[in-house]
Design a protein around this ligand. Structure first.
Ligand code: GDD
Length: 317
């Protein structure tokens, strides 16, 4: 089996590539970064695609002939989307549009199976009584990022309805694990803790909104769900969205408490109002019934294990 992963050098891309390689796939990947500067996985063939040029994408698809496309490339930070709205739409919406348009014009149109990545942020301002959130919930995204991902979901439906593309749109809730770059709650907290342990900064951790509650899943469980969704004959979900989540909410305060308990030095917590967002959804819990009915997916990592792996990974760098 041949898989093409866009954004292969990103956090999720690297974990997915490792998992697919382990399952005997031939893995090709695109990256906007120079792979030599990245911590990179052996055994992946990097391909250059000019995503500004639909004809170039078609050419690559015709040459590579992938069985699966995992479209992971995009702008993944909710926080950054408030600052760079246009860039977020460019990376998330326009790039997906060009890729799907290219597939329609390519020789793999009728065979390739595609997965696009959305987000729980698509649901946005949900009434707490409606949680856990099933896919049928009306989308009310409140961040520029959430709006961009909801648009991607609509494109997926359009390309399935209009052209019959075998494409599924996943809505992962918060995913965490070793290798996540700074800018997300677990990586931001963990990096500061390890720097304090090393004596590289004062014993004060700077945090944002601790009252938000999120549905956290280990990235290694997330990529297994992606693999299962495309590898099994799940014909009924083309054009649809599928939540990928644990079904449990954890307050950000608890994440902080667990991380601090893994650290040997005592640390003062300082709340920084600059880290708050104009709108921050107070609670997200996903309903994973659909994913579990389509596949035999179950999360294998618990939160403590994941947070411990994150900290250990940083300590060993
Ligand atoms: N990043 C960050 N840094 N967030 C903090 C901090 C901090 O120091 N302190 C508190 N938070 C709070 C945020 O305000 C938010 O309520 C929560 O922690 C989670 O923030 P992030 O980890 O940045 O994740 P996110 O929910 O905005 O987005 C992530 O999850 C989405 C799915 O729900 C990303 O992984 C997205 O790509 C993904 O789609």
């Amino acid at each position: 089996m041949k898989a093409l992963i866009t954004g292969v050098t990103g956090f999720v891309g690297q974990h997915l590539a490792s998992y697919l390689l382990m399952n005997g796939y031939y893995v090709l990947g695109t990256s906007r970064h120079n792979a030599n500067n990245e911590q990179f996985i052996e055994g992946i063939e990097l391909v250059n695609i000019d995503f500004d040029n639909t004809a170039d994408i078609v050419k690559v698809l015709d040459t590579v002939q992938p069985d699966f496309i995992y479209h992971l490339a995009g702008q993944s930070s909710v926080k950054d989307s408030w600052v760079d709205k246009e860039g977020t739409f460019q990376s998330n919406v326009n790039l997906t549009l060009r890729l799907l348009e290219a597939v329609v014009s390519s020789s793999v149109k009728d065979t390739v199976k595609i997965l696009t990545v959305g987000s729980s942020e698509e649901y946005g301002g949900i009434d707490a009584n409606s949680e856990p959130i099933p896919e049928s919930t009306q989308l009310k995204p409140t961040s520029p990022y959430g709006i961009s991902k909801a648009t991607v979901g609509m494109l997926v439906r359009h390309y399935y309805m209009a052209y019959g593309l075998k494409v599924v749109h996943v809505r992962p809730f918060n995913h965490i694990g070793p290798g996540q770059r700074m800018g997300f709650v677990v990586s931001d907290f963990s990096n500061q803790i390890v720097e304090i342990e090393r004596g590289d900064r004062d014993r004060v951790i700077s945090v944002g909104n601790l009252s938000a509650q999120r549905d956290f899943t280990d990235v290694r469980d997330i990529v297994r769900a992606y693999y299962l969704l495309l590898s099994q004959e799940v014909e009924m979900c083309w054009g649809e969205s599928v939540n990928v989540c644990s079904g449990e909410a954890t307050p950000v305060q608890s994440i902080l408490d667990i991380l601090l308990s893994l650290c040997s030095v005592s640390i003062e917590v300082k709340v920084d109002q600059n880290k708050f967002r104009p709108i921050d959804v107070p609670l997200f819990i996903g309903d994973n019934t659909k994913l579990k009915s389509l596949t035999d997916w179950e999360p294998l990592y618990n939160l403590e294990q994941t947070l411990n792996d994150v900290i250990e990974n940083l300590r060993n760098q």
